[in-house]
Design a protein around this ligand. Structure first.
Ligand code: GRF
Length: 218
């Protein structure tokens, strides 16, 4: 499965994918595209020998579609990409574009809810559980159908920063799990929490507990 990753920032989730999708893995990152020329994600891609692209105008749907088609992309992963995807691109990759969000959607999402704001809102709400969500992308921010979630407890003395770190460590395991499962299943499939591991909702025998227990050093 040929994967394109779109990012705007540091790209630690991209790194998790680069580290997972190599060797004999069934998925490969073939393109990293950023709307910021100085995004750390571009350096990570170059370091891994993956082609990069700077998106000159994030609202230019035809240009974005052309690049994705040029690389024969099967799956588009938004990993910290902060711009809205043009509707034509969303339509072209319907069911084949996913985003990772650092809270349990449908709460704590939507326009303006990104970065530390999400974790502050979780703490202010008094919620006792947070955790990342991977969802399909539709024309609205953070509203597409949910593919996978993993609970992360909120600690009594959490700050937005400590909560962010705990959720991010799980993001680095959840996103590769979804991508590998999509590659094996031949499309994005909902993952259901099953004890301390996942099962594909397609009924396949794919269990990704190994991915969920790798040490995290990103
Ligand atoms: C992550 O928290 C992700 O959930 C959100 O943006 C952040 C990106 O972090 N969409 P990184 O660039 O992958 O380090």
């Amino acid at each position: 499965m040929r994967v394109a990753v779109l990012a705007s920032g540091g790209g630690t989730n991209l790194q998790a994918l680069l580290d997972t999708c190599r060797g004999s893995a069934p998925a490969r990152v073939v393109l990293v595209a950023c709307n910021k020329p100085d995004a750390g994600a571009l350096d990570r891609a170059r370091q891994a020998g993956v082609d990069t692209h700077v998106i000159a105008d994030p609202a230019d749907g035809p240009a974005m579609t052309a690049v994705l088609q040029q690389y024969e992309v099967d799956l588009v992963v938004l990993a910290g990409y902060l711009k809205l995807i043009p509707e034509a691109v969303v339509a072209a990759y319907d069911g084949r574009m996913i985003n990772i969000h650092p809270a349990l959607l449908p709460a704590f999402g939507g326009p303006g809810m990104y970065g530390m704001r999400v974790h502050r809102a979780v703490l202010e709400s008094g919620a006792t559980v947070s955790g990342p969500t991977v969802h399909l992308v539709d024309p609205e921010y953070d509203r597409g159908r949910i593919v996978a979630q993993w609970p992360v407890p909120v600690a009594p003395d959490d700050t937005a920063e400590t909560l962010q770190q705990r959720v991010l460590a799980i993001e680095h395991q959840l996103l590769p799990a979804v991508v590998l499962n999509a590659a094996i299943a031949g499309g994005v499939t909902r993952l259901l929490a099953n004890g301390d591991s996942f099962q594909a909702s397609s009924g396949g025998s794919v269990t990704l507990s190994d991915t969920l227990h790798q040490p995290n050093d990103r």
